[in-house]
Write a protein that binds this ligand. Structure first.
Ligand SMILES: *[C@@H]1O[C@H](CO)[C@@H](O)[C@H](O)[C@H]1NC(C)=O
Ligand SMILES: *[C@@H]1O[C@H](CO)[C@@H](O)[C@H](O)[C@H]1NC(C)=O
Ligand SMILES: *[C@@H]1O[C@H](CO)[C@@H](O)[C@H](O)[C@H]1NC(C)=O
Ligand SMILES: *[C@@H]1O[C@H](CO)[C@@H](O)[C@H](O)[C@H]1NC(C)=O
Ligand SMILES: *[C@@H]1O[C@H](CO)[C@@H](O)[C@H](O)[C@H]1NC(C)=O
Ligand SMILES: *[C@@H]1O[C@H](CO)[C@@H](O)[C@H](O)[C@H]1NC(C)=O
Ligand SMILES: *[C@@H]1O[C@H](CO)[C@@H](O)[C@H](O)[C@H]1NC(C)=O
Length: 690
């Protein structure tokens, strides 16, 4: 079998998540705090929940000598962690950090330790609190081994180029771990405790601070302290370019204050990568919707350098035919269309760039999933699933690289979600690509909106119907909170994969063990993420759905209920050896109702992570796709469409209902996609035919 080729290479990436993910302690619009943010016990960052894992980044510019955090100790003798890292850049090589944990019931600070504290820290009012004491931790000068790390970080770090290096899989960044202070016992329950972190060298510098416990929690909302810092931190880890000129390391007494030069990368990290000089027309709207996919044909009627105007917007011929038109690619390799041209989303007036990015980002998936069907159901399934999975990866890239300009453990948990998602989906894409192997066939339909080829069999019809519903429900109203908009589009996207597996299972006698396992994995992982994402929205008091549809008779669109599932596959517990991402195994070790404290990931609580396996979810699942409007014309076909959207794996009675749904799905889609969009399609097709 060739099936597993390509998988071993990716296993490394999976096992790289050897520790829990730290939750960003800054609100997602900030990459890092800086300057005098959190500069004393009075202005300390407030950790709203000290029982989970937090992290944030900070540039010390000498305005203050230390960075402070404070929290209420949740339990007597709870343990608390503080770790400090720096980006692996030569100018940070000499940085060493110290950390103080301060609070009642801790030993008095020794005279020797006092000598090592910056005067500013020693004169902080915190020391006047009655009964206060402190634990003092110091980075060793020798950083050539990971000997100074606690057990958890030691397992996840290695010596690289002579330095103890930690690879953070969520943001795909490296850092030098200069301090690792684990297992601090905080005696007094309910009392306020403080941490202060400072650089031994009394210089400016970048630090990443992790603190709290090893319990991962990206999901629940919490109150975060906003910094005042107005600097921008593009490319915090300086993977793209050295930022020594705008964020220098200077000796504090000499260079105080350090000139505040703004760092700029010309654009987001992803956009600075020059694109290959190619004709992009094949993946453009013109090809998908206008059925014109060939640049040599285009330039016969519309010369290079001209603009094709249609109701879909303006398409710059040079942009889609860069190679044919001999233009410099870096400047024009993206298709330029006006934002009102592509209505794959609605709303977004306050963030036209984002609305356009979401809309354009979805186009390749929509068009590539419109395959030329063969009625070899297994083959058609794989050919549709590859672009489907790629669509999720692309949407993550839009969120983390294009809109947020960051891939660093941030965005209110979305970087972590995307990291899980990229690992899963890239691995599955590799598996599916090798399964295809020589069975790959020409997939293009040359512009047919939803698919072509052999549509006689039930599976082709069912796949097309499911795609139509998915695409329809993915047309969401953009509210310009990028994380929220992303999640609302991702919910129906994930539901689409589960539905495709349902179709495969009910229209074939599935025997290929690879496909059986793949669908098992897809269903499990995507259900977990559906539940995770819906809980994420609920926890932020955000509606689960924001539809572009207007319902008949002015009835307001309805909201779905949150999905209730085992979410373990979308947490770091997934990677616990022996559990194989499955609650079935986890609850053998930790029965429902009990908890287990693990070294790497904190508390495992099956009743929150294995809710379905513990019998805490309603037996009937929420429909996969939420239809926000009740149908007024009560035709049996419309009922059938609703049936096709149920999430119930066991419901095999759908076979006939699905067939019924198919004939009307395109009509329904036409009815609910913004009219402007379809007018645009028709108009562009006409313009190009002339
Ligand atoms: C906390 O630690 C102290 C000192 O080690 C011990 O006397 C006390 O019993 C502990 N309390 C709890 C709840 O474990
Ligand atoms: C702490 O208390 C001492 C005397 O008790 C006082 O002199 C000092 O000013 C206080 N420090 C701060 C920072 O409040
Ligand atoms: C956030 O703070 C507000 C006001 O202090 C409070 O009402 C709310 O419960 C807090 N939310 C969380 C999740 O801690
Ligand atoms: C692009 O360059 C090639 C070779 O220099 C030339 O043959 C071709 O005509 C050029 N195409 C256009 C559209 O200018
Ligand atoms: C299914 O998931 C398991 C556990 O993550 C993995 O080992 C296996 O390779 C996956 N199978 C397929 C076909 O993707
Ligand atoms: C749609 O119809 C169902 C059942 O008839 C009803 O429970 C529901 O509230 C209706 N939803 C809307 C948005 O009118
Ligand atoms: C599907 O429809 C056919 C013809 O109406 C019927 O004979 C068959 O029993 C139906 N199958 C299911 C699963 O309902």
């Amino acid at each position: 079998m060739t099936v597993f080729i390509g998988v071993p290479a990716l296993l490394g990436a999976i096992f790289a998540i050897g520790v829990c993910g730290h939750r960003p302690a800054l609100p997602s619009k900030w990459v890092a705090s800086c300057d005098s943010d959190f500069g004393s016990s009075k202005t300390a960052m407030v950790l709203s929940d000290a029982s989970i894992s937090w992290s944030f980044k900070h540039y010390l510019d000498c305005s203050n000598r230390a960075i402070w955090a404070r929290w209420i100790n949740p339990a007597e003798n709870s343990t608390f962690y503080v770790g400090v890292g720096t980006p692996p850049m030569p100018r940070f090589a000499a940085l060493r950090a110290d950390a103080l944990i301060i609070g009642p019931g801790l030993p008095a600070l020794s005279a020797a330790a006092k000598l090592l504290l910056p005067a500013e820290v020693l004169s902080d009012p915190v020391w006047n609190i009655t009964g206060i004491g402190a634990i003092f931790h110091r980075s060793p000068q020798d950083q050539s081994t990971c000997g100074h790390l606690g057990a958890v970080m030691a397992k996840a770090s290695t010596v690289k180029n002579g330095r103890c290096d930690f690879y953070e899989p969520y943001g795909a960044t490296n850092s030098w771990r200069i301090l690792d202070a684990d297992g601090n016992q905080l005696p007094t329950s309910g009392a306020m405790y403080y941490a202060a972190v400072f650089l031994q060298s009394d210089t400016s510098g970048k630090v990443g601070i992790a603190l709290g416990t090893w319990a991962e929690n990206f999901m629940t909302a919490s109150n975060l302290t906003s910094p005042n810092c107005k600097r921008s931190f593009p490319d915090w880890s300086e993977q793209k370019e050295d930022q020594g000129s705008c964020l220098p390391v200077l000796s504090c007494p000499l260079a105080n204050p350090i000139p505040r030069i703004t760092c700029t990368l010309s654009t987001c990290p992803r956009a600075v990568v020059a694109k290959a000089c190619e004709d992009t027309i094949a993946s453009s709207m013109m090809c998908t919707m206008g059925r014109v996919c060939d640049c040599s044909a285009v330039i016969k009627t519309n010369a290079c350098g001209t603009t094709i105007t249609s109701a879909m917007g303006n398409t710059d011929v040079n942009a889609v035919c860069a190679k044919t038109c001999n233009v410099t690619c870096s400047a024009t390799a993206t298709e330029t269309t006006t934002s009102q041209s592509m209505n794959m989303v609605c709303g977004g007036d306050k963030c036209p760039v984002a609305a356009k990015a979401w809309s354009a980002g979805m186009m390749p998936m929509h068009s590539k999933m419109a395959i030329k069907y063969t009625c070899d159901t297994e083959l058609d399934f794989i050919r549709g699933m590859i672009p489907h999975h790629q669509g999720a990866v692309d949407m993550c890239d839009i969120l983390t690289m294009d809109l947020a300009c960051t891939a660093s453990g941030d965005l209110d948990g979305m970087v972590a979600l995307c990291s899980h998602l990229r690992i899963e989906q890239t691995k599955e894409i590799a598996g599916m690509t090798s399964w295809l192997g020589s069975r790959a066939v020409e997939a293009k339909c040359d512009g047919a909106e939803s698919g072509c080829g052999n549509l006689a069999c039930p599976s082709s019809k069912a796949f097309m119907a499911a795609n139509a519903v998915m695409h329809e429900v993915m047309v969401v109203r953009i509210g310009c909170m990028h994380e929220v908009d992303f999640v609302r589009q991702m919910l129906p996207h994930h539901a689409g994969a589960i539905e495709m597996c349902n179709i495969l299972e009910r229209t074939t006698q599935l025997s290929d063990p690879y496909l059986v396992e793949l669908c098992f994995n897809i269903t499990r992982a995507q259900r977990a993420e559906l539940a995770w994402m819906s809980e994420w929205l609920v926890s932020r008091s955000q509606p689960l759905s924001a539809t572009c549809q207007e319902c008949a008779h002015g009835i307001p669109p309805s909201q779905p209920n949150a999905h209730c599932e085992d979410i373990l596959p979308s947490t770091s517990f997934c990677h616990k050896p022996g559990w194989n991402c499955a609650c079935e195994f986890a609850i053998l070790e930790v029965p429902c109702g009990k908890t287990l404290q693990t070294a790497e990931y904190g508390y495992f609580n099956p009743t929150s992570m294995c809710r379905r396996s513990c019998g805490l979810c309603p037996a009937d699942r929420e429909p996969l796709f939420h239809q926000p409007c009740n149908d007024t014309e009560d035709s049996p076909h419309d009922h059938a469409l609703h049936d096709a959207t149920t999430g119930n794996d066991a419901d095999h009675s759908l076979r006939n209902a699905t067939t019924g749904a198919v004939s009307h799905a395109p009509r329904k889609t036409l009815g609910t996609f913004p009219l402007q969009f379809w007018l645009g399609v028709a108009t562009l097709a006409m313009v190009l035919k002339r």
